[in-house]
Ligand binder design. Structure first.
Ligand code: HEC
Ligand code: HEC
Ligand code: HEC
Ligand code: HEC
Ligand code: HEC
Ligand code: HEC
Length: 384
């Protein structure tokens, strides 16, 4: 009985072994099969182990960009700026609609997403990273601009309101706190088109228009040099020239400027570059860095002390603390001068470069704006 039993056990064990071997063989053969699968060659330029294009580095930077994070740094602007035409610039899907149809027809995007890789590139159809469109861009004034590769940025970074349509006497109650060019008039300032220009005055553009061939991209996408770059949040696909730390410190990227402005540095303790201004534009008695002069000019309109030209009196556009002044008076009318000043104030604040995009135009327009409200203002330093 015992022997039989043993033999029986032996057979059972043998069968089990065979099954196990069979299983192993199956496993092994599927492993061999996996090894035999060729990763499609047409994908390896981007997804292979030795990619030609550096997607991962670009992605690290993109995750630190305004396009991904948005101004509120919450990664939600595609959702709250979706509809009423906003989707053209704030959603991936809306921008594609715009590039395909030349306009926005959708009321809103059902499942919006933040502008990302496929908004600007079309790698799965093109096999490379060429930009989705290279067509010249028409600004709201009707003027067509070609800014090299930066033309692409101008599709979205442009004003949505032309001053000639809105700068006119207006009932104060009808002027909204959202009045202005909205929100990224960088392409307009870059070419000197889109602020309210005063009749009889001549306006010019700085050297950047001619010297920086690919405009926006030459400055905003340059990469810092060197082994340690400290952060993915500067240059490249972050598009940022400054990294603003939580403690208030700011690091600036000077690399893109160095080829033209030898020795350029961050002005200590500020978020500005040390490129000097040609003159004392803001009239404070000293010739400072160009962006500091512009800051001084803007402060003549609205400032922290509460004595800016747009803050004076109970009927002013802004309160002493710089907030929008809500007007109850049914009769009060804003003059053309006030509306022009408001438009231009918003234009240069929302551009955010403090004159760096186009210093001459910035200074000329701001000086004209200030002098229309304050005839005492000394305009002898206005660059001609
Ligand atoms: C020229 C570059 C390029 C090539 C070639 C390329 N891809 Fe991609 N692919 C990308 C980029 C860029 C992304 C987005 C990466 C990211 O968001 O991190 C991506 C993402 C993907 C994704 C994820 C999609 C998603 O929605 O998240 C898949 C899947 C993919 N690729 C498959 C492929 C396949 C399959 C091929 C070859 C037939 C291929 N790709 C070829 C650039 C490329
Ligand atoms: C599809 C439209 C679109 C295109 C194209 C585009 N941008 Fe933007 N960009 C935006 C929007 C929208 C924001 C702001 C998002 C928010 O804050 O809600 C933004 C934010 C930014 C910011 C951050 C601004 C800030 O105040 O934080 C920079 C810098 C920037 N873009 C530069 C560029 C450059 C340079 C290009 C061209 C290479 C470009 N963008 C192309 C729509 C676009
Ligand atoms: C022509 C493109 C375009 C359209 C259309 C557009 N935006 Fe923007 N918007 C931008 C750009 C570019 C920025 C970033 C500007 C910057 O940071 O310098 C921006 C910034 C913003 C911001 C953050 C700015 C701030 O100061 O807080 C908000 C909020 C916003 N947009 C809402 C909207 C809404 C709502 C609409 C529709 C009514 C809209 N946008 C339509 C291009 C556009
Ligand atoms: C707001 C637009 C924008 C977004 C979003 C964007 N890119 Fe780009 N990308 C550009 C521009 C502009 C260039 C420079 C194009 C040039 O010089 O021809 C560029 C260049 C590149 C290049 C270099 C191509 C080359 O020829 O060497 C790669 C790689 C790249 N992008 C990958 C990505 C990836 C991956 C993402 C998403 C994580 C992404 N981009 C998102 C605008 C964008
Ligand atoms: C000559 C270099 C240069 C060129 C060209 C240039 N910019 Fe700028 N831009 C700057 C500087 C400097 C600032 C201020 C940076 C800062 O304070 O972070 C700035 C600020 C900005 C900001 C606000 C960013 C922020 O972090 O607040 C946006 C958006 C922007 N530029 C978009 C553009 C667009 C779009 C173009 C092309 C039409 C362009 N820039 C061309 C130098 C340049
Ligand atoms: C391709 C060359 C080039 C690059 C790159 C460049 N600039 Fe300029 N920049 C110029 C020229 C040319 C002028 C005009 C000088 C003049 O009119 O005296 C100028 C003028 C300026 C001015 C006004 C100074 C004045 O008094 O007119 C500022 C500010 C400025 N640049 C800042 C920057 C910053 C910041 C960067 C980098 C983010 C930069 N520039 C990149 C060529 C360049």
């Amino acid at each position: 009985m015992k022997t039989i039993n043993n033999a029986h056990n032996f057979h059972a064990l043998h069968t089990l072994l065979l099954i196990l071997l069979g299983l192993l063989a199956i496993l092994y053969s599927s492993d061999a099969q996996a090894k035999a699968i060729a990763f499609p060659a047409e994908c390896t330029a981007c997804h292979g182990p030795e990619p030609r294009y550096q997607l991962k580095g670009a992605k690290e930077q993109y995750l630190n960009s305004g396009h991904y994070l948005g101004f509120a740094k919450k990664g939600t602007h595609a959702w709250y700026s979706n509809g009423g035409g906003c989707q053209k610039c704030h959603t991936h899907e809306g921008f594609l609609e715009f590039t395909q149809l030349g306009k926005i027809e959708s009321d809103y995007i059902e499942w919006p997403s933040q502008p990302g890789c496929f908004t600007c590139h079309n790698p799965h159809e093109n096999g490379d990273f060429e930009l989705r469109t290279t067509k010249p861009v028409t600004l709201v004034s009707g003027v067509q601009v070609d800014l090299g590769k930066g033309t692409f940025c101008a599709n979205c970074h442009q004003a949505r309101t032309a001053p000639e349509n809105v700068v006119k006497p207006t009932l104060a109650m009808k002027v909204s706190s959202h009045f202005g060019p909205h929100h990224g008039p960088q392409a307009n300032l870059f070419v000197g088109n889109g602020a309210y220009e005063f009749p009889g005055k001549v306006y010019k553009n700085s050297g950047h228009r001619i010297e920086a061939k690919d405009s926006c991209i030459d400055c905003h996408m340059a990469l810092p040099k060197g082994r340690y770059r400290s952060t993915p949040a500067l240059g490249g696909h972050s598009f940022f020239l400054s990294d603003r730390h939580e403690n208030g410190d700011v690091s600036l990227l000077t690399a893109p400027c160095e080829s033209c402005h030898a020795g350029i540095k961050q002005l200590k303790g500020t978020r500005f570059f040390n490129v000097p201004a040609g003159d004392d534009y803001d009239g404070d008695g000293t010739i400072e860095a160009a962006q500091v002069e512009v800051e001084g000019l803007i402060a003549r309109l609205v400032n922290a002390e509460g004595n800016g030209l747009l803050q004076k009196g109970p009927q002013a556009l802004f309160t002493a603390t710089g907030d929008w002044n809500v007007i109850q008076d049914l009769e009060l009318e804003r003059s053309t001068a006030e509306m022009a000043a408001l438009f231009n104030y918003k234009f240069f604040v929302e551009d955010r470069s403090m004159g760096a995009h186009n210093l001459i135009y910035t200074v000329q327009v701001l000086m004209d704006t200030i002098s229309i409200l304050d005839p005492e203002f000394d305009t002898s330093t206005r660059p001609e």
